[in-house]
Design a protein around this ligand. Structure first.
Ligand SMILES: Cc1cc2nc3c(=O)[nH]c(=O)nc-3n(C[C@H](O)[C@H](O)[C@H](O)COP(=O)(O)OP(=O)(O)OC[C@H]3O[C@@H](n4cnc5c(N)ncnc54)[C@H](O)[C@@H]3O)c2cc1C
Length: 346
């Protein structure tokens, strides 16, 4: 009989982030299709009661918690010790965990401590005839694999954004506290603060509906024989501010920035989409001034509806890569789009 543990950490305000609800939905669905299985929840944080209450209506039969100031922050030693203690207390055989950056760096180590196995970037979990199958992508999202394991505990890091969120309601949950004996070594690392970009400088937004891609065309000479970099930067930032879209880029454009040239300073390699970049998940994508070559568009695998604006009717997007190609000047199109957004049109 499998004991399925949803292992999560709380946010600083004590709430649970969306990836936790996705992991919970995955685990609850698995629990439903595995006769005789048990579903339990394990939470780590300063105080986990608010989080446990927020999902109290889920089908889990038990809640475990590790709490205290040491567990409020992301730190490998304390997080690994807390996760290990909860897995042991719950006697978990399957651990379903959201692959947040905090958890992703801890889960493989926890599997090692428990003599189990961990699989990362999991995008699907199912069961048939009592056998659990896990799906994940390989070779930069070109091939999807399905695998099973007999080793337990089996820890599954669920890729955020790949699953439906559970809609379990709130209630009153009773949490069984698990004690963790932290060694001196575990307390050796002190978190003195977090350095992160200001909220309005953060252009990568995994939860956004729209991926807005910028290509090198924004930096090229335009019909008047001149480049229009400052104007391009203003148009793009204005659009991002109004639409709250996530900003992606072609490799050519971020490479220019990396060479220290005076081009769109808000772009870095973190924004790059494609074979050697990211493969984000958004329901819609809009590409501007980008040619749509295969090494770039391979990163659009998980983008639902795709549209592109390009001056060239023979660009890559026209060859089956986009649902709609607007053969138009992106400077003019985005000026108009920004005007419409400012006027309240969505
Ligand atoms: C091994 C390898 C890995 C790679 N990995 C990646 C990757 O991960 N991601 C990636 O992006 N690329 C990758 N590339 C590079 C990729 O092949 C392309 O070179 C790159 O994507 C081109 O970027 P671009 O479309 O922005 O630029 P360009 O090819 O220069 O295209 C610019 C486009 O802008 C259009 N344009 C210009 N002005 C306007 C305007 N006013 N309005 C509308 N359109 C306009 C032009 O018509 C043109 O189509 C890789 C290449 C290799 C060899």
């Amino acid at each position: 009989m499998e004991t399925i543990l949803v292992l999560a950490h709380t946010e600083t305000d004590g709430s649970l982030a969306k990836p936790v609800r996705e992991a919970l939905h995955t685990a609850a669905t698995l629990h439903k299709s595995l006769a005789g299985s048990k579903l339990v929840i394990g939470l780590v944080g300063d105080n986990v009661q608010i989080a446990a209450n927020s999902i109290a209506a889920c089908p889990a039969t038990k809640y475990f918690g590790v709490t205290g100031a040491e567990f409020s922050q992301s730190r490998y030693a304390t997080d690994a010790a807390a996760a290990e203690a909860i897995c042991k207390a719950a006697q978990a055989t399957i651990v379903v965990a959201p692959a947040t950056s905090r958890w992703a760096r801890v889960l493989p180590g926890v599997a090692q401590r428990l003599g189990g196995r961990a699989d990362t970037h999991v995008t699907g979990v199912g069961a048939a005839d009592g056998k659990i199958t896990v799906n994940r992508w390989y070779y930069r999202q070109r091939m999807e694999g399905a695998l099973t394991r007999t080793q337990r505990p089996w820890i599954l890091g669920i890729d955020p954004g790949s699953q439906t969120s559970c809609d379990c309601g709130a209630g009153a949950a009773s949490v069984e506290m698990v004690a963790v004996n932290l060694t001196d070594a575990a307390k050796r690392t002190t978190v003195v603060g977090i350095r992160e970009p200001k909220a309005d400088a953060q252009t990568i937004r995994p939860d956004a509906q729209l991926l807005f891609v910028t290509g090198a065309g924004w930096t090229k000479k335009q019909a008047d024989g001149q480049t229009h970099l400052p104007e391009a930067g203003t148009l793009i930032l204005d659009f991002l501010k109004q639409s709250r879209a996530s900003l992606g880029s072609s490799k050519s454009l971020v490479d220019l920035g990396g060479e220290g040239q005076a081009v769109l300073p808000f772009l870095s390699h973190m924004n790059q989409i494609g074979q050697t970049g990211a493969t984000p998940r958004h329901s819609k994508g809009l590409s501007t001034c980008c040619h749509g070559e295969e090494p770039h568009t391979v990163g659009w695998r998980f983008i639902g509806e795709r549209r592109a604006v390009n001056l060239d009717p023979n660009c890559g997007w026209a060859r089956g890569k986009a649902d709609v190609l607007y053969v138009a000047d992106a400077f003019k199109v985005m000026t108009k789009v920004n005007e419409l957004l400012a006027a309240g049109n969505t």
